[in-house]
Design a protein around this ligand. Sequence first.
Ligand SMILES: C[S@@+](CC[C@H](N)C(=O)[O-])C[C@H]1O[C@@H](n2cnc3c(N)ncnc32)[C@H](O)[C@@H]1O
Length: 295
Amino acid sequence: MGTPREAVFQSNQNKDFLRSAYDAGHVKGWFGRAGRPLKYLGLPAWEMLDIIAWEPFLSRFTTIEREENQQHLMFLQANVQDVEHRLYSLYGEFDSILLSGRDAYGYGPDWPYDLINLDYFGGFIYSNLTRPKAIRKLISNQAAYSQGFLLIITQHLRDCDTIGAKATFLDDLRRSLKNVSTDPTVHVSIDTVLNWYSDSATPDSFRQALYMNVFLRDVGEVEHFDVKCRPAVLYAGTGNSSMIHFVTEFVFRPGLGHKPASNQSLIDIVNFSLLELCDGSFAPPIQHPIIPKPI
Ligand SMILES: C[S@@+](CC[C@H](N)C(=O)[O-])C[C@H]1O[C@@H](n2cnc3c(N)ncnc32)[C@H](O)[C@@H]1O
């Protein structure tokens, strides 16, 4: 899928903080849990700032890049950083590489991975649904190897509509939440919160955050992962464009015929606030109505 070309990526204070403090903490935690260096798949751009920041926790890296000049500079950077021997590079659109299993030159990812950093241009939902299909395929490829992983996704904040694939999302979610309890007071609070999410006055970022997290949880559970989502992080990226960032753990549960229930509940996800980065540090979390947890 060819998404529109954005301005060339340029890091900034927010992105530097995310990569070197927030994400680095999660990568280090996942490394400690795995008990070995992590195999990385991602879109590092030519400077490979994420790979360089997390290098002590990484083993080999597979990179994906669709811009020829970035790809070329990446080889030079790998050489300068003396990590060339750990680099395996794929060329093309990441969605089509994940879906077809091949890049523009016929090479494929070296499944499975421990750490996947999809830091891309564009949103999540396009009319052909290629991107959700690609991420679904990625999760199922990991499951084929019974391999848990940490998934970091950064995308543009632009799936703000409530039409098309997302038109029924909030209604479906409302039904799923209500199916769990017959208590009328719980149903009232579910309605209050879901009405708030549906309200056009509610910032679109809340809907995109909820949609992504519920998508990752649903697809992960179908593939036998216990999924732990986190509140999304908003920040201004290259050219001041609004970006949204997700860090999600997928722990494989072997030996199951059925879909596991994640330790984290759907209510936890609905109740997430949003984290906002301003000038490289977190602003106080944005509050919203929540569903009280059953005692
Ligand atoms: C945001 S930058 C990566 C930044 C890096 N992860 C960091 O922490 O500094 C994204 C890179 O991926 C490339 N890219 C963006 N969308 C892509 C896509 N759909 N397929 C392949 N490459 C893409 C861009 O050309 C750019 O070099």
